[in-house]
Design a protein around this ligand. Structure first.
Ligand code: 5AD
Ligand code: SF4
Length: 482
């Protein structure tokens, strides 16, 4: 696994900032080395990640700084530095963090050197920070999403202070390039192409905690991908809350203003990058240009995650999704015509205010007609500060549960049927790991994102291979190398 410091020349401000942060890493090194002497062993650090792919990528950046400072990575929260990178999209994520924090305080009682940090989306909410200040006094460091690039500096402050350090910014227009990043997998990597969201779906907290859309300059993205390729990465996933708004925040006369479709093309031209994924497009602005680029380019994975949220036009209007049931179905039709071998997956929310049994019937109808390969189904969670939180017609829990179960049954049937379509085929997979349950098996991922388990040697991890799909087990396959 590698730590990469990307060289950039995007602009002087971010260059100066990244250099400043690298200096803080040097300072942190001295402090961690002193701690090592005191403890008589290498200090350990644990990064706990909640939420989406964007958070997973942020955690790779946090871990890189901790490792460069001299900590040894561990999965156990019984360590010398624990950082929780939080999510606040749904209430259950918040509750899980508080549960884990509570347990962590026990470790701190037996390890006085221990530092506990918490960052990410949940920390952009004042209520959550106040709760920690009041009831979780043992936390040492709190910061948010906008100043994560300052982690090396905050780590230093935290290591030299016994007080709770809180540094949360409301907004930022800054993107700091060239910070170290540690990749969990040597052969695949996420690449942020933009940050924030401008869509303001009425149920969603993301625009409030991640701020407005900010796209990275294409040259910075390409250079990062080239470096990754040179470092052995074969698959990249371009990440953004709404990737098809990429570049819309650039001025019209900016020579760097290109569409997401064009950016994808440029990434596909990079030698060594063999597979390109992206997450997440919004159905309202999925362009024909994007479809044509995907159709033309076999490097682009045959998987589109296309969040539906609801199949009922009135609920979609109240969600501010800006498409109707028919718009969505026409888009799916168009995608399937141009990309016959594509897998489409989705996100669905059940229990949005005002959602009736009949509205859920519409959602079920879309699931059947769109033939989703998989769907993540969520129960609506009321997020304070979003418009939907003050809608009056919140749905009773029993009805939500009933609707959720009905929907899930159809989702699972449809997913099984779609997965079964590949039975007997030979598919190219990227081999990602040894199987979690059986060490004699490897796990690979098909272009359409389906997993397949097959006998093989772990030396092959990180390679592409052709696998024959022998047995369909609902969402995954068992197969053999050919
Ligand atoms: N309640 C339930 N699910 C939500 N999501 C976003 N906000 C909420 C909420 N308040 C879901 C959406 C989104 C996914 C990442 O999380 O389906 O696509
Ligand atoms: Fe949230 Fe909607 Fe933005 Fe997705 S597009 S992050 S659901 S506001």
């Amino acid at each position: 696994m590698s730590i990469n410091v990307l060289n950039s020349s995007k602009n002087d401000v971010t260059d100066a900032e990244s250099l400043r942060q690298l200096e803080f890493i040097e300072l942190a090194k001295q402090k961690v080395s002193a701690l090592e002497k005191e403890l008589g062993r290498k200090p350990k650090a644990c990064v706990v990640t909640f939420g989406c792919q964007m958070n997973a990528r942020d955690s790779e950046k946090l871990l890189a700084i901790l490792k460069l400072a001299g900590y040894e990575e561990t999965d156990s929260e019984d360590s010398d530095f624990v950082i929780y990178n939080t999510c606040t999209v749904r209430d259950n994520a918040d509750q899980r963090v508080f549960g884990r924090l509570g347990q962590c305080s026990n470790h701190k009682k037996s390890n006085p050197h221990m530092k506990i940090a918490i960052c990410g989306c949940m920390m952009q909410e004042q209520e959550a920070v106040e709760k920690i200040q009041k009831s979780y006094r043992f936390v040492d460091l709190i910061f948010g999403t906008h100043n994560i690039y300052k982690f090396a500096e905050l780590l230093n402050t935290c290591l030299e202070s016994d007080r709770m350090i809180i540094d949360i910014w409301k907004e930022t227009d800054k993107i700091v390039e060239d910070l170290p990043v540690f990749r969990k997998y040597p052969f695949k990597s996420g690449v942020n192409i933009m940050f924030g969201c401008n869509n303001f779906c009425t149920y969603c907290i993301v625009p409030y905690v991640r701020g407005r859309e900010r796209s990275r300059a294409p040259k910075d993205i390409i250079r990062e991908c080239e470096k990754l390729a040179a470092d052995g990465v074969k698959e990249v996933m371009l990440l953004g809350q709404n990737v098809n708004s990429y570049g819309l925040d650039f001025k019209d006369d900016d020579p760097g203003k290109i569409s997401f479709a064009h950016l994808l093309e440029l990434v596909c031209e990079i030698e060594g990058i063999e597979r390109v994924r992206f997450m997440t497009p919004h159905p309202k602005d999925f362009s024909d240009e994007l479809l044509d680029v995907i159709a033309k380019n076999r490097k682009i994975a045959r998987h589109i995650h296309l969040p539906l949220q609801s199949g009922n036009t009135e609920i979609l209007r109240r969600m501010n999704r800006k498409y109707t049931k028919d718009d969505y179905l026409s888009l799916v039709q168009k995608i399937r015509t141009k990309l016959p071998d594509v897998a489409i997956t989705t996100d669905i929310i059940v229990g949005f205010p005002g959602e009736t049994k009949e509205a859920v019937d519409d959602t079920i109808d879309v699931v059947k007609k769109a033939h989703f390969n998989n769907a993540f189904t969520f129960i609506y969670s009321k997020r304070t500060g979003t418009p939907a939180a003050s809608f009056e017609d919140q749905v009773p829990e029993e009805l939500v549960k009933e609707n959720f179960d009905r929907l899930l049954k159809v989702v699972q049937e449809e997913a099984k049927e779609q997965t079964l379509k590949y039975d007997g085929q030979i598919q190219r997979v990227l081999i990602e790991s040894v199987n979690d349950h059986d060490e004699s098996l490897l796990t690979g991922r098909m272009s359409n994102n389906t997993l397949v388990h097959f006998p093989g040697n772990k030396e092959m991890i990180g390679e592409f291979a052709d696998v024959k799909l022998l047995e369909c087990h609902g969402f995954y396959y068992v197969g053999e190398l050919i």
